[in-house]
Design a protein around this ligand. Structure first.
Ligand SMILES: Nc1ncnc2c1ncn2[C@@H]1O[C@H](COP(=O)(O)OP(=O)(O)OP(=O)(O)O)[C@@H](O)[C@H]1O
Ligand SMILES: [Mg+2]
Length: 254
């Protein structure tokens, strides 16, 4: 059975799609049979990140009974992709996602790009996955939302927490504070890197455009850790502040 990896976040715009696309590119490069699914039905972006040209058929149609093959697009690297249709369909929902994904027998990994938030669609994605990559930036609102997502899946999945867009600036929340709030070890930190914006603009994933860029190196390491399920690569001394303790209390972690 395929490992189904959902890339999720509480807060929007934190780097889910960049991570999902590059994770899938890297797994495919490692010769795993990999499928990338864009499950952001409202604001799909996987096709845009990969510069894919595809017909009108997308995940929405597959969920409504269209054949999987009709929607499948092959990227120049050989990566298989099920994009979401750019046409907005207010009736589309992911309640059949689990059934659809569980029928896929020929893949080692299915990477699912998620919309932000904790909505019924995101709950369906979480329910469909064996693994969750939870993305946050080093800011309290994003981390608090990540903690909520992690609390939904607690102990039922392989959870991987990734901090994106870290600059190391003193106003950023530290790794140990993030671990304190989420009660989860950080798998890895992806640094803020202008090359990522360049790669999005050029529609070429950073791992293909600049594999030695600092962000690309982190994304490669994350992929190896997830594929091999190795442990956290981040260490820092613990410093739990009052605000962290109170956020944890509100979230019911104490
Ligand atoms: N490590 C990084 N360094 C610099 N810029 C980044 C980095 N990661 C992401 N970005 C920028 O952030 C933008 C948003 O990233 P992305 O689309 O992956 O977020 P998202 O979580 O999928 O957003 P949404 O919630 O809207 O789906 C990218 O277009 C890119 O410009
Ligand atoms: Mg996205």
């Amino acid at each position: 059975m395929a490992r189904i990896i959902g890339v999720v976040s509480g807060k929007g715009g934190v780097g889910k799609s960049v991570t999902a696309v590059n994770l899938a590119i890297a797994l495919n490069k490692m010769k795993y049979k990999t499928l990338l699914v864009d499950a952001d039905l409202t604001n799909p972006s996987v096709g845009l990140h990969l510069g894919l040209v595809y017909g009108g058929i997308g995940l929405q149609d597959v969920l409504n009974g269209e054949s999987f093959e009709q929607a499948l697009v092959v990227h120049s690297t050989g990566l298989r992709v099920i994009p979401s249709s750019l046409k907005y369909d207010e009736k589309a929902s992911l309640k059949n996602l689990k059934k659809t994904l569980s029928s896929l027998k020929n893949y080692d990994f299915v990477v699912v790009d998620s919309p932000p938030g904790i909505t019924s669609d995101v709950s369906s994605i979480i329910d469909s996955c064996t693994d969750l990559v939870v993305i946050t930036t080093p800011e309290i609102p994003a981390v608090t939302s990540a903690a909520k997502i992690l609390s939904l899946s607690r102990k039922s999945k392989n959870d991987f927490l990734v901090v994106n867009r870290s600059t190391g600036a003193p106003y950023e929340i530290t790794n140990s504070e993030i671990e304190g709030i989420t009660e989860t070890s950080i798998l890895s930190v992806i640094p803020e890197d202008k090359s990522v914006m360049e790669s999005v603009g050029l529609k070429i994933p950073i791992l293909l455009l600049k594999p030695s860029a600092k962000s690309a190196r982190s994304l490669s390491k994350i992929t190896s850790s997830i594929a091999g399920k190795t442990d956290s690569v981040v260490e820092e001394t613990s410093f739990i502040t009052g605000i962290i303790a109170s956020i944890k209390k509100i979230l019911g972690f104490n």
